[in-house]
Design a protein around this ligand. Structure first.
Ligand code: SF4
Length: 316
């Protein structure tokens, strides 16, 4: 398996508790990646693979700027060409403070940054803060400044979340130096609490489309995520190994979708295939999409497959 990217999912207390978060991140999550673990993962992977990018995500990576700086620095030292963070921009309240944070990141080698802007993040983070942070980022000379926004359904939907997200993103459109990407949220983790906004539920059949960040199918993923407990995941809550128990390179090299008791089924039959493992699972209630069905089935199956359906926080 060749991987092009590593997402280091740095799990820890976040300053927000976004209702769409498929990782269930937020103020109740504890723990933080040990810097030496992060350095080891990067170093080991880079020795054996051409890693093209490293992205530090969260929680919110800039709540621990020293750790984030350390991981970015390590990525640069190990020759990873694209190095960035995904942030909610909470740190943009004051322009001077934002500039200092960005300068430190640039000095250690960060060359791209992604901001989250949508109704879900702006429930917790004032838009003025993230806008200041975006503006400061365009001034500092990164290779890329992205803005990612999530819609509950789609841009022109009339629900209050999508109307707000569209309005927020429209305020940023035309800003020189930024690219805006939009996605439909995945109905996993805390996002399942939003299911009542959907009338048209069903039982989705067929295979799913893996998350865009995975960069391939489940049989040939090009990106992995590693959290502070060592969990190596593809989709949130679906683990392919633990880097605190096994060498990260061995996990990557020995991964075979056919050997994974959950992903082998999803890959061949779609999430509906998991239903055959799940006694007493009620399919008749209907589901918003493939991911919703997948998440509910995995939550039901988790006691039987705790090693593969982890971290537990995703399912709580
Ligand atoms: S259906 Fe499941 S495995 Fe497929 S993309 Fe959604 S969460 Fe991931």
């Amino acid at each position: 398996m060749g991987i092009k990217g590593v997402d280091l999912l740095v799990s820890f207390t976040c300053n927000s508790h976004c209702m769409h978060c498929s990782y269930n991140c937020g103020i109740r999550r504890k723990g933080i990646m040990d810097a030496s673990d992060g350095r080891c993962y990067i170093h080991a992977l880079c020795k054996q693979h051409d890693i093209e990018w490293l992205s530090v995500i969260g929680g919110e990576p800039l709540m621990v700027p020293d750790l984030t700086n350390e991981l970015i620095r390590c990525a640069k030292e190990n020759g990873i060409p694209h190095r960035g963070v995904i942030t909610n921009g909470f740190w943009g309240r004051e322009a001077k403070g934002a500039q200092k944070i960005l300068k430190d990141l640039k000095d250690v080698g960060m060359n791209q940054i992604t901001f989250s802007v949508d109704a879900f993040h702006q429930e917790h983070i004032p838009f003025s803060h993230v806008r200041n942070a975006i503006m400061a980022s365009t001034d500092i000379g990164f290779d890329k400044v992205w803005v990612d926004g999530y819609y509950l359904k789609y841009e022109d939907s009339s629900n209050r979340f999508d109307k707000q997200t569209k309005a927020l993103l429209n305020e940023l459109r035309g800003t020189e130096g930024i690219d805006i990407n939009t996605y439909r949220l995945r109905m996993c983790g805390r996002a399942v609490g939003l299911q009542d906004h959907f009338d048209d539920k069903s039982v989705p059949h067929g295979i799913c489309t893996p998350p865009f960040w995975m960069g391939g199918g489940f049989d040939n993923p090009s990106t992995i995520e590693i959290d502070h407990r060592g969990n190596v995941t593809l989709c949130p809550g679906i683990s392919i190994g633990n880097a605190k128990e096994d060498e990260i390179t061995a996990i990557v090299q020995t991964y075979d979708v056919c050997e994974h008791p959950i992903l082998s089924i999803i890959n061949e039959e779609g999430p509906i295939g998991l239903a055959k493992l799940a006694d007493n699972f009620d399919l008749s209630r209907g589901f918003v999409d493939h991911c919703h069905l997948c998440y509910e089935l995995r939550k039901h199956l988790r006691p039987l497959y705790p090693r593969y359906l982890t971290p537990a926080d995703v399912y709580q």
